[in-house]
Design a protein around this ligand. Structure first.
Ligand SMILES: Cc1cc2nc3c(=O)[nH]c(=O)nc-3n(C[C@H](O)[C@H](O)[C@H](O)COP(=O)(O)OP(=O)(O)OC[C@H]3O[C@@H](n4cnc5c(N)ncnc54)[C@H](O)[C@@H]3O)c2cc1C
Length: 814
């Protein structure tokens, strides 16, 4: 066998993900693609997967990806002649307590919001479908009829054959040993059989993806974990089309296989494999059976399916699979290397995801841009923190252990904390702060009142912080609050061409005079919103860019990647150089003027401006902006001076009743004011026109920018097929979380992208897009009567196109 000396795209790894990616590259894009597998196809994690295929996830886009897998597996045999073993058995999820049942009611609503018919069944109905099951402890079950199961090896072989039919070249027994690089690009893939020059590389090396990535200097934060299941002998009375079963309260899952059962589970004490390199010679290999560790699942499974007590076990599978710190897989272009794409870390749903992941990854490779909102799986959601293998391992094991625990709203991870703290951490702790964590940073979520333990207590209804957050919220509306937002990601873009570069990158006009702050979106070529941030012009050739904590890697790479060819502009990440204190509320000016000699009057320091002011002897970048709908400043303080500046503000604010306020109050305040949150309300799937943000787009200016053409083509106004709107629900018993279905005149027209409570308006607030194929005009919106479906219950809702709380911008801009 001779390898080609060059190829446009080299895919590394012949598991389900590599084969699916190669198939889609060849089928959809007629790409010149070579796939290299170090052993035989499927010989990594794929061959020993159990083969359950579920579709519902909390992200609409990822659900779409998984639905695509199912459609592909159904039809693939007709194309390739090789069966995939796909069986649409449906999936039952069992609930044995009230919280789980509430979770399913919300899940079923999410499913319907995403166009899937999930039903809720009684224990008697479950028993009728699965007679071998003990149902005495059940409250009920959810039922998704379109889920099913497939044969992992057969799908992969079928995809491989399809890839070859469309012209891809697949090679077994070829190991990638390194890369030839020029600057931050791969120019050739080195293998044990010779080198292949190439334009792009796709790293689908499963649990080896970390070490394959490291050879090109990129970080793929995954952790191999041992995962076990058994396959039993035939069980009499078990139907061949029995639904797959998930019994999360007993941490186990089941699937019919040749008359017997596959049974496995997610234990709270998972076993990591190595934090070193995974051995290369792991072809078709498994670990020793570990019945001692598996016993915990066995006991639970027998209680559910008593026939398991007596049936023989044909085989135990104990195989490694790569898991990630947040339970989501890893897709997209690596921030450290311009032409390495990754598809790895599939958290035991690689078979379910394989078809769809290959489809979107292939498109991403060809276009250089994700084809839809894939943020939750985007490799740019990680940061340098994720280079710490021990941290990644700990957090990954926590995520694995939580796979089947009840997903309480607002739940935080506990492991690996505190990791990154702001200089105010101890001070805020003393003020009874309860912290959450974002990209490793500890951030105050709320402040416990005296007599309340400073700790989140999980609950499906209103949680223990509800009243305290209400107090903080009102305090900002009526007095003044101070938010520690030091974890904000911050960059500087400098150079003679900085303004020109931003003109192209930003949808809004940021090339304003020195001293101005501009709120802007960054758009993709479809006009979808890739980022949402502020740009402050500090000097002719220097801009200060501030964005959300979690978007640090993503937004930096987006900006760097889009600086026009040959332009002299350099992006520097200065996140750790500045602490950020947001001083917000009607008394903000009184406090600020007491600690600075600079003019902070409205005339001297108008809204949308940035100034350097001196506080406690330190030069502070003050941005007059707001995310809460009140007068306020974002103060960017040299990091070492953050404590001193905070103390000065707190001391001067004493007579104005200043107090620290947390992120949960911030969320409530912004919901009332109608500010959109990136990642939920505004995503790469949504344009600013649809999101009601056309005022922040420079379409009237004669400057080209990324996404402009797309916006011009789709047009605005009544021709829009979806439009962002707000909703309120009066019933105080309702809890809105996002993904609730929006009904217009009784028909589903969309779902909430975010939901919460507004303490000033005293109502539940939700936002979401109202959709209509014939266009969403103002008339269409206004003439409807609306309801929301919340946990399967319809509740009346009122539509709003204006902010719910608008105190009069004079107050904010005064
Ligand atoms: C016990 C168990 C049960 C599971 N059950 C399910 C289930 O029911 N449903 C489900 O959806 N998922 C399940 N999974 C998960 C599923 O198996 C994986 O998510 C999926 O197989 C991952 O596919 P992959 O292509 O990413 O990785 P792999 O199949 O591991 O493929 C990666 C390939 O890359 C090759 N490679 C690595 N390094 C190199 C190199 N340097 N050069 C060339 N080639 C290289 C490897 O040899 C390997 O073949 C299960 C996993 C386990 C362990």
């Amino acid at each position: 066998m001779t390898l080609p000396s060059q190829a446009a795209i080299v895919v590394i790894g012949g598991g389900i993900i590599g084969c699916s990616t190669a198939y889609h590259l060849a089928r959809d894009h007629k790409a010149d693609v070579v796939l290299l597998e170090q052993g035989k196809l499927t010989s990594g994690s794929t061959w020993h997967a159990a083969g359950l295929v579920g579709q519902l996830r909390s992200s609409a886009s990822i659900t779409r990806v998984l639905k695509y897998s199912v459609d592909l597996y159904k039809g693939l045999e007709a194309e390739t002649g090789l069966a995939t073993g796909w069986k649409m058995t449906g999936c039952l999820r069992l609930a044995t307590n009230a919280d789980r049942w509430t979770e399913y009611k919300r899940l079923a609503t999410t499913a319907r919001s995403f166009g899937m018919d999930m039903q809720l069944l009684s224990p008697a109905e479950v028993k009728a479908m699965w007679p071998l099951m003990e149902t005495g402890d059940l409250v009920g079950a959810s039922w998704l009829p379109t889920d099913g199961q497939a044969s992992p090896s057969d799908i992969t072989q079928s995809l491989a054959k399809g890839a070859r039919m469309h012209g891809a070249k697949l090679y077994e027994d070829v190991r990638v040993t390194g890369f030839e690089m020029k600057d931050d690009r791969i120019t050739a893939v080195k293998t044990n059989r010779g080198d292949i020059a190439c334009d792009k590389v796709v790293n689908c090396a499963g649990q080896w993806a970390r070490q394959v990535g490291a050879m090109a200097g990129i970080n793929v934060p995954l952790q191999p974990v041992k995962h076990q299941y058994i396959i039993t002998e035939k069980i009499s009375g078990l139907a061949t089309d029995a639904p797959t079963l998930r019994d999360p309260d007993r941490r186990t899952y089941f699937k019919e296989e040749v008359g017997g059962l596959v049974m496995g589970g997610y234990e709270p004490n998972p076993q990591a494999w190595t934090t070193g390199d995974v051995p290369n010679d792991w072809e078709f290999r498994l670990f020793e059976d570990d019945y001692d560790h598996f016993e915990q699942h066995m006991a639970q499974a027998i209680a559910r399916v008593p026939a398991l007590e007596t049936v023989g076990v044909k085989q135990m599978i104990n195989g490694p699979e790569s898991f990630t710190p947040d339970g989501n897989f890893i897709l997209g272009v690596a921030p450290e290397c311009a032409n390495m794409f990754v598809g790895a870390g599939f958290n035991a749903f690689g078979i379910a995801s394989g078809g769809g992941a290959g489809w979107v990854l292939a498109q991403w490779v060809v276009d250089g841009e994700a084809p839809l909102d894939l943020w939750v799986v985007d490799i740019r959601r990680f940061s340098n923190l994720h280079r710490d293998r021990q941290w990644v391992c700990e957090r990954t094991l926590e995520a694995y252990g939580k796979h089947y625990t009840i997903g309480f709203p607002h739940e935080e991870y506990a492991s690996g904390r505190p990791r990154i703290v702001s200089p105010l951490y101890e001070r805020l702790k003393q003020q009874r702060a309860v912290f959450g964590s974002k990209l490793g940073w500890e951030r105050p979520n709320w402040f416990a009142l005296e007599g309340v333990e400073p700790k989140d207590v999980n609950s499906m209804g209103r949680q223990n912080w509800f009243a305290a957050v209400g107090d903080e919220h009102r305090h900002v509306r009526e007095h003044v609050g101070i938010f520690d937002q030091s974890s904000f990601a911050k960059y500087e873009l400098s150079g003679p061409d900085a303004a020109k570069a931003l003109d192209w990158i930003c949808a809004n006009d940021v090339g304003k005079p020195v001293g101005r702050v501009t709120y802007t979106q960054l758009l993709n070529t479809r006009g979808g919103i890739e980022a949402d941030l502020t740009v402050s012009r500090l000097a002719e050739e220097k801009f200060y860019i501030v964005t959300g904590t979690g978007f640090r890697t993503h937004d930096a790479s987006w900006i760097s990647d889009h600086i026009g060819e040959g332009l002299d502009a350099r992006l520097t990440d200065v996140t750790e150089d500045f602490g950020t204190l947001s001083l917000m509320g009607p008394r903000a000016r009184d406090v600020l003027s007491a600690v600075t000699g600079s003019d902070v009057s409205n005339a001297g320091f108008p809204f949308g401006h940035v100034r350097e002011i001196i506080i406690a002897g330190h030069t502070v970048r003050a941005l007059r902006v707001t995310y809460v709908g009140e007068l306020g400043w974002e103060l960017h303080v040299p990091i070492a001076a953050t404590g001193e500046v905070f103390d000065a503000l707190m001391a001067a604010g004493g007579k104005h009743d200043i107090r620290p306020v947390g992120y949960r109050a911030l969320e409530s305040l912004r919901l009332e004011k109608g500010y959109r949150a990136w990642g939920s309300d505004i995503t790469p799937n949504d344009t600013p026109l649809e999101a009601g943000l056309s005022w922040a787009v420079k379409l009237r200016k004669n400057t080209d920018f990324v996404g402009r053409r797309a916006l011009e083509n789709v047009g605005g106004g009544a021709s829009l097929k979806k439009r962002f709107a707000g909703f309120t629900v009066d019933d105080p018993e309702i809890v809105l979380l996002g993904r609730e279905t929006i009904l217009r005149n009784g028909e589903p027209v969309g779902y909430l992208t975010s939901g919460g409570y507004g303490y000033t308006v005293g109502k539940n607030i939700g936002y979401g897009y109202v959709r209509n194929a014939d266009g969403v005009s103002n008339d269409f919106l206004a003439s409807g009567s609306y309801e929301l479906v919340v946990a399967m219950q319809r509740t009346p809702a009122k539509l709003h196109l204006e902010p719910l709380y608008d105190p009069a911008m004079e107050r904010v801009k005064a």
